[in-house]
Design a protein around this ligand. Structure first.
Ligand code: XIL
Length: 464
């Protein structure tokens, strides 16, 4: 297959952007299965844009010495609703991808491979006893409050955080880290029955060496499914077996090590119905409880969460979510908590900027009713866009973060606040929303300096 014009343009722009971030990179265009460019010994080395079947590119990259565990692939349109992400890749690769394909990429026609050869050789892990978090008392303040199920407070994701020495130090503010896309289905089971735990294992090793917890995300989701699953023809019985194997293989492997899992993600649509997914179509609504029961079987001690967005305050999604978990609890289905993603980043109105008191009150009511069911509530993926904030944007952002944390901590059931990604240079937001390239939704800036929001969170934690 010929490399198309847009793929060439994409490669050029991606090269420019990535080179800015990490310095020297080897970039090559590729026709199907034709991978070129050297694979360096450290760092993110080989970026290849090409066309053709994913598997051909993956095996060609592997043949060139790119370790299988380090190959990340995406194909536009290969996963429902997912155009423009590079799943499994660092966020800085995400940024150009969606910007370059604003109207979407036809299925299986363009893709990017990043060969991320291990960068950890020669860099030692920091001592577990050293806390060089830029705001040194943050983690301790959270721990003192017993926040985040004994995990502490602020949490991050992605391998760059533990491979980059500077990011790694900054990460010491966090007590829990999230695997980001390391457990996305297409990452962890890229071929049926073939599991790849490289990301999860690396994150867990780092976390264990530093007294942190790993939050497992995510077992059942309608996005980031591999082509063999999404494009396959399976009977309902086969899909049921596939789902059970997937859940139980992953949870059992990390039994006793990963103590909280997002078992089910985003299963409710905007209208408050169960989302039309491969699982609902094949198994009916019963798939929800099956997922939780199978996870519990595989690790009886893990905390099992339902996780969603648009679910933190009032509205159709929150109400449907409440009805769902109420029913699960009433019937003894093993569910321990609800995750409020808290992405305050979409293109719509930011009620936390414009009507914050009402939004916080609704959130408080919602957390209370979930808590009354005996469920933990965690803010699992927070980020706050500054694009539509008025005045001193960083100060307003800081106030929003602090108010959300205060509201959460006022409820005994609310046990954690996690951000999604570490710093403004590595946020999924810039790759997701057109016009968001300069957004700055996180607690650390692009130079990993703490932002006002971090200090405001520390104050909230210290005050309790
Ligand atoms: C984001 C990831 O960070 C990206 O790497 C990916 O390409 C897109 O999705 N809700 C979720 C997360 O539950 O898994 C999503 O993560 C953000 C929205």
């Amino acid at each position: 297959m010929m490399v198309s014009g847009f793929a060439k343009a994409a490669a050029g722009a991606a090269a420019a952007l990535i080179a800015l971030v990490v310095g020297s990179l080897h970039v090559a265009l590729a026709a199907t299965g034709d991978i070129s460019g050297p694979v360096p010994s450290t760092g993110f080395g080989l970026v290849v844009w090409g066309g053709g079947p994913i598997e051909a590119l993956v095996s060609a990259a592997a043949a060139r010495g790119c370790p299988l565990a380090s190959i990340w692939v995406t194909a536009g349109g290969s996963t429902s609703g997912f155009v423009g992400y590079v799943s499994g890749a660092p966020a800085f690769v995400n940024a150009p991808f969606s910007a370059l394909f604003p109207t979407g990429v036809p299925a299986n026609t363009a893709m990017i491979i990043v060969c991320a050869t291990p960068a950890v050789a020669g860099t030692s892990s920091p001592s577990p006893t050293t806390n060089s978090c830029p705001v040194t008392s943050l983690r301790a303040a959270a721990a003192a409050r017993g926040f985040a199920i004994g995990m502490g407070g602020l949490n991050q994701s992605s391998l760059y955080m533990i491979r980059d020495p500077n990011a790694r130090e900054t990460l010491r503010c966090a007590a829990t880290i999230v695997t980001d896309n390391g457990f996305y289905w297409q990452t962890v089971e890229p071929k049926q029955g073939q599991f790849n735990f490289a990301v999860g294992d690396e994150m867990l090793a780092y976390a264990q060496a530093n007294g942190m917890e790993v939050r497992g995300h995510v077992l059942v989701w309608h996005q980031s499914l591999p082509p063999w699953l999404e494009g396959g023809t399976f009977t309902p019985e086969q899909l049921k077996a596939i789902l059970k194997t997937h859940i139980q293989t992953i949870v059992a492997r990390y039994r006793g090590k990963i103590r909280a899992w997002d078992v089910l993600n985003e299963a409710i649509d905007d209208k408050g119905n169960l989302r039309d997914t491969i699982w609902l179509r094949a198994l009916g609504p019963e798939y929800v409880e099956l997922a939780f029961r199978w996870a519990r079987e595989a690790d009886p001690d893990a905390l099992l969460f339902y996780n969603d967005y648009r679910n933190e305050g009032s509205g159709a999604v929150s109400d449907r979510q409440y009805a769902l978990v109420l029913d699960l609890r009433a019937r003894g289905v093993p569910i321990d908590g609800v995750g409020l993603q808290m992405h305050l980043v979409s293109g719509g109105e930011n009620v936390y900027a414009n009507a914050r008191a009402a939004a916080l009150a609704a959130m408080s009511t919602n957390i209370a009713r979930l808590g009354a069911l005996g469920l933990a509530v965690q803010i699992t993926e927070m980020d706050v866009s500054v694009l539509k904030l008025q005045g001193d944007k960083l100060a307003v952002q800081a106030a929003i973060y602090a108010d959300v944390l205060r509201t959460c901590m006022a409820a005994p059931s609310c046990t954690a606040l996690l951000t999604w990604n570490l710093d403004d240079g590595h946020t999924w937001v810039t790759g997701r929303y057109p016009g968001s390239e300069n957004d700055a939704p996180l607690l650390f800036d692009r130079q990993l300096r703490p932002k006002p929001a971090l200090e405001e969170l520390r104050k909230v934690l210290a005050a309790r």
